[in-house]
Design a protein around this ligand. Structure first.
Ligand code: BES
Ligand code: MN
Ligand code: ZN
Length: 500
C-alpha cells in the first residue's frame, strides 16, 4: 500500500473513495460539510435516517452521491468532539481501513487529518493513519498451500492537505511507511513457524536485508567463534539443539562521522523455547514460536532505520538459538562461565533468554555504545504484572528511560517503567556460582532484569520485557504484533534529530 498527499476541490476528486469524518450527533467535519453542500444536503438526509451517528468505530459507505465525482464516500465516526484524543484517533484510523478493505475501492482520498485528536498534530495523525492502515491489511499467508492475496487492500491512500504544513505531513508519511514496512517484516519473522525460522534462517534474513541497503553490513558469529570469545552462557542454551546458535550483528553506518558512538539494539532470538530439560507444560508451549520476537523487532527497526537512512550509527545484535531438551542439553544445576567472566548456576533451563542475552550484552561493549536497549520476551511474570498493553521498561539511566518512554507515548507503543533496585539482587544469590539464573517467583520480571543489569554496568542501558505485547496468542488477530518496532524506530529518529 502506498501513501501520498493531494490537495484540490474535494467534490471533483477522482479517487475511487473519499473518506470524511463526522463527529457524534452528526456534527459534520469541514470536508463532510463541503460534500454535503455540493450534494445539496444528500449526506445529511441519509444520516438523519439514523444508520450512523458519528460514534467512534462506525462507518457508512455511500455510493453515487449527487454532484460528487468520486463514486464512493466513506463516512467515519469521529466520536464526541469535546473528548477526542490520540488513542481514540487510532480507533478512527482502524475503522477507516476496515471499511476500505471491505470495499473494492483501489484508492482513496482521506480527509481525516482535519479530524480533531486532542492536541495531536496533522503529522502525528498522518503517521497513525499510515501505520494503522498497513497493520489493518496485514496477513501472513506465506505458509498456505496455495498463494492467497487480500483482494480488498487499497493500492494507494492519499491524504487531503492544505498546502501549508504539507512538508511535515509528507515527512510523517515517509516515516510511517518505513516503520510500517519494519513492523510487517517483524511480524513475518515472528509468525514464521519454528521449523523454518531457525537461527540460520534469521542469519540468512539479516544477510538479505544488508544486500538491500547500502548502509548495512552483517556479520554472523558461529558457535566456534562464540566459544573462542568465552560465551559459555549463550552456548549452554544452543548446545541442546541440532540447530546451531548464531550471534547476528547488523550494522548501519549513517553518521557523517563513521566513528560516532552507535546506538545498539539487542534482541532475544530464541526461535523455539521448549524450556529445555526444565520442559514447559504442553498446553501453551506452541506460543514459544514467538520467543524470537525481540530479535524480530530489532530487525524490523533496523530495516526502518536503513530505509530512512538515519544520520546516526546503529548496530543490532540478534542472539539466536533454539532451547531444546536433548542428551547434550544443559541440566538444572549446571554452572557455566559467561563472556564477562561471571559464573552462572542454571537452576532452571527455561530461564534461557537471560543466558543468551548476557553474552550478547557483554559482547556489545566493544562498540563503545552511546546507548544499549535489549528487547526480549523474557518472562511470564511480566505478562502477569502488566498484561498486554505496555512493555516493561528497566533502565540504569533516567534520561534513557525518559527518552524511551517519550518515543513509546508518541507512537502509542507504550512502556511502563519498573524498578531495577539493588534490593532485588539477593534473589539471584547462588551457593556455588556468582549468581543463579532464576530469582524465584516474586517479581520474576524484575529479577530477570536485575540479572541482565549485572552485565551492563559499563554503558547506558535499558531492557524491554515484551512478553505481554509481542504477540496475541489467539483470536482473530492471532500472531506477532510487530511491537516495539515503532517505539525503537521513533527513539532512533529522535536521536538523529538531536544529533543535528
Ligand atoms: N520465553 C519465556 C517467557 C515467556 C513466557 C514469554 C510466556 C511469553 C509468554 C522465558 O524463556 C521463560 O520461560 N521464562 C520463565 C523464567 C522462569 C523459569 C524464571 C518464566 O517466565 O516462567
Ligand atoms: Mn524459557
Ligand atoms: Zn524464552
Amino acid at each position: 500500500m502506498q501513501f501520498g498527499t493531494k490537495s484540490g476541490i474535494l467534490e471533483k476528486a477522482r479517487s475511487q473513495c473519499v473518506v470524511v469524518g463526522v463527529y457524534e450527533n452528526n456534527h459534520f467535519s469541514d470536508s463532510a460539510t463541503l460534500l454535503d453542500k455540493a450534494s445539496k444536503g444528500f449526506i445529511k438526509k441519509v444520516l438523519s435516517r439514523g444508520d450512523m451517528n458519528g460514534k467512534i468505530g462506525q462507518t457508512l459507505m455511500l455510493h453515487d452521491v449527487p454532484n460528487v465525482t468520486s463514486p464512493r464516500i466513506l463516512i467515519v465516526g469521529l466520536g464526541n468532539i469535546e473528548t477526542t484524543d490520540g488513542p481514540k484517533f487510532l480507533l478512527v484510523a482502524k475503522a477507516m481501513i476496515g471499511a476500505l478493505s471491505k470495499s473494492s475501492a483501489k484508492n482513496a482520498l482521506c480527509c481525516l487529518l482535519e479530524a480533531k485528536a486532542g492536541t495531536e498534530s496533522d503529522a502525528w495523525k498522518a503517521r497513525r493513519l499510515v501505520e494503522q492502515s498497513t497493520a489493518g491489511v496485514y496477513a501472513f499467508n506465506e505458509m498456505r498451500g496455495k498463494a492467497t492475496k487480500a483482494d480488498g487492500t487499497p493500492e494507494k491512500i492519499d491524504f487531503l492537505i492544505a498546502k501549508s504544513g504539507a512538508s511535515k505531513v509528507k515527512k510523517a508519511i515517509i516515516e510511517g511507511s518505513a516503520i510500517s514496512a519494519g513492523i510487517d517484516n517483524a511480524k513475518d519473522l515472528g509468525n514464521m513457524p519454528p521449523n523454518i525460522c531457525t537461527p540460520t534462517y534469521l542469519a540468512d534474513q539479516a544477510k538479505l536485508l544488508a544486500k538491500n541497503y547500502q548502509t548495512l553490513t552483517t556479520k554472523v558469529l558461529e558457535e566456534k567463534e562464540m566459544k573462542r570469545l568465552g560465551m559459555g552462557s549463550f552456548l549452554s542454551v544452543s548446545q541442546g539443539s541440532d540447530q546451531p546458535g548464531k550471534m547476528i550483528i547488523i550494522e548501519h553506518k549513517g553518521a557523517k562521522n563513521k566513528k560516532e558512538a552507535p546506538h545498539v539494539l539487542v534482541g532475544k532470538g530464541i526461535t523455539f523455547d521448549t524450556g529445555g530439560i526444565s520442559l514447559k507444560p504442553p498446553a501453551g508451549m506452541h506460543e514459544m514460536t514467538y520467543d524470537m520476537c525481540g530479535a524480530a523487532s530489532v530487525f524490523g527497526a533496523m530495516r526502518a532505520v536503513a530505509e530512512l537512512a538515519l544520520p546516526i550509527n546503529v548496530i543490532c545484535v540478534l542472539a539466536a538459538a533454539e532451547n531444546m531438551p536433548s542428551g547434550n542439553a544443559s541440566r538444572p544445576g549446571d554452572i557455566v562461565r559467561s563472556m564477562s567472566g561471571q559464573t552462572i548456576e542454571i537452576l532452571n533451563t527455561d530461564a534461557e533468554g537471560r543466558l543468551v542475552l548476557c553474552d550478547a550484552l557483554t559482547y556489545v561493549d566493544k562498540f563503545k555504545p552511546a546507548t544499549v536497549i535489549d528487547v526480549a520476551t523474557l518472562t511470564g511474570a511480566c505478562v502477569m504484572a502488566l498484561g498486554s498493553h505496555p512493555a516493561a521498561l528497566y533502565a540504569n539511566d533516567d534520561e534513557l528511560a525518559d527518552n524511551i518512554n517519550a518515543a513509546g507515548e508518541n507512537t502509542r507503543d507504550r512502556v511502563w517503567r519498573m524498578p531495577l533496585w539493588d534490593e532485588y539482587q539477593p534473589q539471584l544469590n547462588s551457593a556455588f556460582a556468582d549468581m543463579t539464573n532464576t530469582g524465584g517467583r516474586p517479581a520474576g520480571s524484575v529479577t530477570a532484569a536485575c540479572f541482565l543489569a549485572r552485565f551492563t554496568k559499563k554503558y547506558r542501558w535499558a531492557h524491554l520485557d515484551i512478553a505481554g505485547v509481542a504477540y496475541k496468542a489467539a483470536g482473530s488477530n492471532k500472531g506477532s504484533t510487530g511491537r516495539p518496532v515503532a517505539l525503537l524506530t521513533q527513539y532512533l529518529i529522535d536521536r538523529a534529530q538531536e544529533a543535528k
